[in-house]
Design a protein around this ligand. Structure first.
Ligand code: MN
Length: 319
C-alpha cells in the first residue's frame, strides 16, 4: 500500500534493487530543481554504500590502464551546482570515466545532502566509477558545527544523522594510483618512516582521533619551509618538502595529491613539483578545478583543468 505521501511523489524511483544511470540522472535533475528524493530511496542508497565501504581497506589501490583518463576532485563542500558543473565539463562518472572525490563532500554549502546522495548513487551504480576518500569533514564533530547535521535533520530526518555518521567511518583514508600517486585529503605525518602498509593497517572505523596517523592523513597541510611545524588549524601538522620527498622515496612513489586547503586558482603545486593541492569548490561561480591523470607506461601526465575550459592550464609529468 502506498501512503498518501508516496502517491504524491513524482521524483526519481529506484526500480527493483538496482541503481541505474537513468535513476541517477533523474535524481540529479530533481535536486537541480530543488526537489527532494524520497527517504526510502535515500535509505536504500546509503545502506548499499555502507556495505560496500565497510568491505574496503583503509588504503585503496587503483589501477588506471595505459592511456586512460582518471579524474581527482578536491573538496566539494555541499556545493551541488558546482558538482553538476564538474560532470557537465568532464562527463558523468562511468567505468571509462572514473572519479576519485578526495573528501570534504559535505558541510559549509547548503546542498550537502544532494552532493552526498549523488556521489553515493554513482557508487551504487558503478563502484569502480566513483572512489571516495574521507575528509576531516566526514565526522560527527565537524558536521555538528558546519551545517551537515542540521541539513540532514531538516531534509531527511534524525535517523539519517546517525546513519551518515556511521557510513563516514567506513570511508577509506587514502588511495594509491598505479603504485605511484598517493592521494589523501590532508597530508603527511609527524614521524618519518611511515609505510603504506602502516596506513593499510589503520583501524579506521571510528571518529577521527586527535592525533596519530589517521588524524594526520585527514588534517595536515604542506608548508614552504623544510621540516615540520605546528598546524595553523590546531590539529595535525605542517610538513615541508623534505618530509614529502622522504615519504615518496621510502614508499617508491612519485607524487602526493591532496586537497583540504582553499586555493585561489583551485590548485597549487608545491614541494618541487612533488605535491599538488586540488580544491574543487570554487570561490566564484562557474569555475571548477579537477586533476586529470593520464597514465602511460613510462610517465604520468597530470593535467589540471580549471574554469569553463577543458584545456589543461598546467601539466605535470612525473617520471
Ligand atoms: Mn578538509
Amino acid at each position: 500500500m502506498l501512503s498518501e505521501e508516496d502517491a504524491q511523489y513524482t521524483g526519481a524511483r529506484i526500480e527493483g534493487e538496482v541503481v541505474t544511470l537513468d535513476f541517477v540522472k533523474k535524481m540529479m535533475n530533481d535536486f537541480k530543481n530543488q526537489k527532494h528524493l524520497h527517504k526510502r530511496y535515500a535509505y536504500q542508497i546509503v545502506l548499499e554504500v555502507r556495505e560496500m565501504l565497510r568491505a574496503m581497506p583503509s588504503l585503496v589501490d587503483i589501477n588506471v590502464p595505459d592511456s586512460h583518463l582518471f579524474t581527482i576532485c578536491g573538496d566539494v563542500h555541499g556545493q551541488f551546482y558546482d558538482l553538476l558543473n564538474i560532470f557537465e565539463l568532464n562527463g558523468l562518472p562511468s567505468e571509462e570515466n572514473p572519479y576519485l572525490f578526495n573528501g570534504d563532500f559535505v558541510d559549509r554549502g547548503s546542498f550537502s545532502v544532494e552532493v552526498i546522495l549523488t556521489l553515493f548513487a554513482f557508487k551504487c551504480m558503478c563502484p569502480t566509477a566513483m572512489h571516495l576518500a574521507r575528509g576531516n569533514h566526514e565526522s560527527k564533530s565537524m558536521n555538528k558545527i558546519y551545517g551537515f547535521e542540521g541539513e540532514v535533520k531538516s531534509k531527511l530526518g534524525e535517523t539519517f544523522v546517525e546513519l551518515f555518521a556511521e557510513v563516514f567511518c567506513y570511508l577509506p583514508l587514502a588511495h594509491v594510483i598505479n603504485e605511484k600517486i598517493f592521494v589523501v585529503h590532508g597530508g603527511l605525518f609527524s614521524v618519518d618512516g611511515v609505510k603504506l602498509s602502516d596506513i593499510q593497517a589503520i583501524d579506521r572505523f571510528c571518529e577521527p582521533p586527535e592525533e596519530g596517523l589517521m588524524c594526520e592523513l585527514l588534517w595536515s597541510d604542506p608548508q614552504p619551509q623544510h621540516g615540520r611545524g605546528p598546524s595553523k588549524r590546531g590539529v595535525g601538522l605542517s610538513f615541508g618538502e623534505d618530509v614529502t620527498k622522504r615519504f615518496l622515496q621510502e614508499n617508491n612513489l612519485d607524487l602526493v595529491v591532496r586537497s583540504h586547503e582553499v586555493k585561489e586558482e583551485g590548485y597549487e603545486i608545491e614541494h618541487d613539483g612533488k605535491l599538488i593541492t586540488v580544491f574543487s569548490a570554487p570561490n566564484y561561480c562557474d569555475q571548477v578545478t579537477i586533476v586529470h591523470i593520464r597514465m602511460s607506461s613510462r610517465w604520468h601526465m597530470l593535467a589540471i583543468s580549471c574554469g569553463c575550459s577543458h584545456d589543461p592550464i598546467q601539466s605535470v609529468a612525473a617520471a
